[in-house]
Design a protein around this ligand. Sequence first.
Ligand code: DGY
Length: 423
Amino acid sequence: MPHENGLDALARNVLRQNDRGRYTVPSGGLYPYQWNWDSAFAALGYSEFDLSRAWVEMETLFEGQWLNGMVPHIQFHCVNDGYFPGPDVWGCTSQVPSSGISQPPVAATVARNIWERDKDFGEPRLKRLFPKILAWHRWFMSWRLDSLGAACVVHPWEAGRDNAPDWDHSLARIDVTDVGHYERRDIQVVDPDMRPTKFDYDRYIWLVELGRKHGWDDGELLRTNPFRMADPTITFILLRANRDLVEIGNSLGESVSELEQWTRILEDGARSLWNPEIESYDSRDAHTQRWSGCISNASFLCWYAGIDGNGMVKQFTRLAETVPFVIPSHDPESDKFDRRRYWRGPVWPVVNALVGIGLEEASLFDEAEMVRDATARLIKAGGFSEYFDPCDGSPAGGREFTWTAAIWLDWASKQTGRKTWAR
Ligand code: DGY
């Protein structure tokens, strides 16, 4: 086990190794392009040792912004035949070839944190980014809210939690008999037992084909897409990001009244995700109003969003008594729990970082320290893996992963009690 300072050096190496000049890939073999929230976390990692590079990462992310404000979940800056589905499958007409969906909008929060490290240095860059981030949030508010103000995803990839059991019931309504032939590349790189099943993948591709058929027109897709889930990941992260954008706007002397109105809407939406039947924040099908009945690691993002988490402390304690490493991505007492399969059980250091920061901000220091300590132990023993088995701590998924290295530098290696993020 390397000494912690040795780990810092290794983490920086992971970032450098995955650096493609103006953007950073999540991991070389598995994800060879720029992914949206992975890239924002990379910027956070760079901000620990190279502020200028951190800003470049954020700027490249917004180079791919669509005219309607959407910032796509993948930007294909280069040609790589080893990845599926590539730009031809998405069929988008954007200037930078891209996917047609978005991802959890951590950019405002990350930009604020990078800026706080050196305000004079960051101010001109932040000024240029502000209207772009604002336009992205406006796009979410225009196209992704349900009737209660919760933010929805229109594809499991948009939530970042691809195969979470949250989506099972709603995905099962999709008839995939007309899905075209395709060949997966992910299971050539990673053990198929750690990846989504064919059942899931068929539906992911069916949804991409639907989007392409409708030219990725949000209005058309609102009418035709059977998959629309109010999601705690996007809702809590957008709410936090919106609060951070208000702070940025105030500091820059920009008008923030529209943002403040969005915050109020999202606060109601976030509270609407409380499912009293399972006493947890949950996902909800926006078409049928049916709850998913899932306690996931995203359920614990309430504190990060500044939303009441009293009921979630009990759930946290139960999970911590059930598995040695928190926070499993799905409830270990559920029959859908699968300890090594991607978002159906494994611990994700990057989500732990957000939850841990939220717990600390809510003065739940013991819980915050449990999350940080579990994450640090996983990384020290298993390296900068994509995710980890919550039962025995073994590493899983992709290795030398950018966002795991980034959150090590920014959060997991630091002591709880020292606020690492601006608030
Ligand atoms: C995506 O594109 O976000 C998926 O996670 C790929 O596996």
